[in-house]
Design a protein around this ligand. Structure first.
Ligand SMILES: NC(=O)c1ccc[n+]([C@@H]2O[C@H](COP(=O)([O-])OP(=O)(O)OC[C@H]3O[C@@H](n4cnc5c(N)ncnc54)[C@H](O)[C@@H]3O)[C@@H](O)[C@H]2O)c1
Length: 282
């Protein structure tokens, strides 16, 4: 996609942080912005910011963990603006419990928002995008922890690796269509992500506190946290260039290299085994 003015973007988790940053960056390009969030007040506040930039906007309450809620979002966005050209499946939560101590409720909550949320967005919007014949683009928010493991949350990385697998494969499936796809892989960004528990549904509260309290990881030496509007600008660039992966921090390059070097080194063990089997049979 090269032209943005007058096109419509739907952003889940648009009421805060990276979603708000995308809303502002898109509004500056003259896009109509549908701000969807489980927190209606937050969505409305961002919609007001978008309108103050002379762009059209609609705030919609939406829980991405529920398919009907996301289908209703698609209906409201289309009724208001006629079509949707950009979908950002961005709503996400982080959890303060290590995977080894996770409760079933923890898994349900984090998988429901971070992975099912992206699946629901795909189900509700992709068929209409394909049928429209318009240039369209989907941006799925994963994380650097969707490529390299998070230091302390297997739950979070399980969902974000899932978003990566879903999106990379969908990119293969969508080749030759007019729908592009990008995976946003942020590192540290100044948002309210560490206050994610504010939106955990009462029915999915953890029945007991974790035996080992969560501590913020110091394993990765990342750059200072980026501001969300800059991330929004990187997303626009990523859509323009049809990037498959959108990164936000140069320091993540070394982490990805190290992960893949380690993986590749495991082939040495396979080669040794193949050699010993060949000598045994000779
Ligand atoms: N901030 C970072 O450093 C960072 C790094 C990597 C990835 N991410 C990812 O970026 C995305 C945005 O997070 P953020 O950092 O801006 O955090 P944030 O908490 O500031 O914003 C997340 C938004 O999602 C909304 N939300 C939560 N549950 C929802 C639900 N069930 N349905 C709809 N909306 C819901 C929240 O109300 C909030 O407005 C997430 O997917 C997160 O995993 C963030």
């Amino acid at each position: 996609m090269l032209e943005f003015a007058g096109k419509t973007a739907v952003i889940t988790g648009g009421g805060s942080g990276i979603g708000r940053g995308m809303a502002i960056a898109f509004a500056r390009e003259g896009m109509n912005v549908v701000v969807a969030d489980v927190e209606l007040d937050a969505a409305e506040a961002v919609a007001q910011e978008v309108k103050a930039l002379d762009a059209r906007s609609l705030a919609v309450q939406c829980d991405v963990a529920g398919l009907e809620s996301v289908r209703s979002l698609a209906g409201r966005a289309t009724a208001e603006f006629g079509s949707v050209e950009v979908l950002c499946n961005n709503a996400g939560v982080s959890i303060g419990r290590r995977g080894m101590y996770a409760t079933h409720e923890d898994w349900q909550w984090v998988m429901g928002v971070n992975l099912w949320g992206v699946i629901h967005g795909t189900e509700a919007f992709l068929p209409g995008m394909l049928a429209s014949g318009n240039d369209c683009h989907i941006v799925n928010t994963s994380s650097m922890n969707g490529i390299v493991p998070s230091a302390r949350s297997a739950l979070y990385s399980a969902t974000k690796y899932g978003v990566l697998g879903l999106s990379e494969t969908l990119a293969n499936e969508l080749a030759g269509t007019k729908v592009g796809i990008s995976i946003l892989c942020p590192a540290a960004v100044t948002t309210r992500i560490m206050e994610s528990e504010r939106n955990r549904p009462a029915g999915l509260l953890a029945p007991e506190p974790p035996p080992v309290p969560h501590a913020v990881s110091s394993t990765f030496d990342l750059s200072p946290a980026l501001d969300p509007v800059s991330v929004g600008e990187l997303v626009l660039l990523g859509i323009r260039r049809n990037q498959l992966h959108i990164f936000t921090d140069q320091k993540v390059r070394a982490l990805i290299e190290a992960r893949h070097q380690r993986m590749l080194s495991e082939f040495d063990v396979l080669a040794e085994w193949e050699q010993s089997r060949a000598s045994a049979t000779n």
